[in-house]
Design a protein around this ligand. Sequence first.
Ligand code: IMP
Ligand code: MG
Length: 205
Amino acid sequence: MKRESIPDLTNSALTRPPAAWASEHLEGLLIPTSVLQDRVTQLANEIAASRPREEPLLVLSLLSGAFLFTADLVRHWTFPFELDFIKVASYGSQTLPGELSWKHDIQSPVKDKHLLILDDILDTGQTLHQVTSRLQEEQPASIRTCVCLEKNGTQARPFPFHADHVGFIIPDRFVIGYGLDFDLKFRQFPFIGVLNPDPYASGNH
Ligand code: IMP
Ligand code: MG
């Protein structure tokens, strides 16, 4: 995938969220639902066209953030594949690799399979770096990665990680919706918005 072809929203102005979703926790709308869905369709086609022709393909979705992205992406695919989920939590600082905890084991062996790992967002790169290193030990035939969002500045951080497929490059802000949460909330938004930290800062939520 050519980097120039990834929509770059780094300097996009935020717009007003649809009235039904207006919330003091939402500073503004970054990616409206229709734009998100069109890009997910494009990504699905791009992955379908570039996937290894040989099977077996095992798609691994990282819970919880990638649940909506995964659901929307995979329903475009008519070719055969296995789909499984891993729940990982990474404890560490921005600058030091943390301990990666796996909360779900993969049901099906990874050895000799072509893996496609799906995640919601690439921020420090730590999660995908550690997940791919760990899976590599199980000798898959190949590993490819796809993220819905990549934060601008990611590649300058201590664990630069390049995903094979990226939906959008976004500003380095805390985003919510389309699976991404703040305190387990806002995952259900059908769009990507920017969190307004103020209601939390003032303790009035
Ligand atoms: P990384 O390991 O720093 O690349 O972080 C990836 C994980 O951090 C993602 O899968 C998200 O769960 C979480 N994360 C990073 N940035 C955001 C954000 O802006 N909103 C919500 N979750 C985020
Ligand atoms: Mg996550």
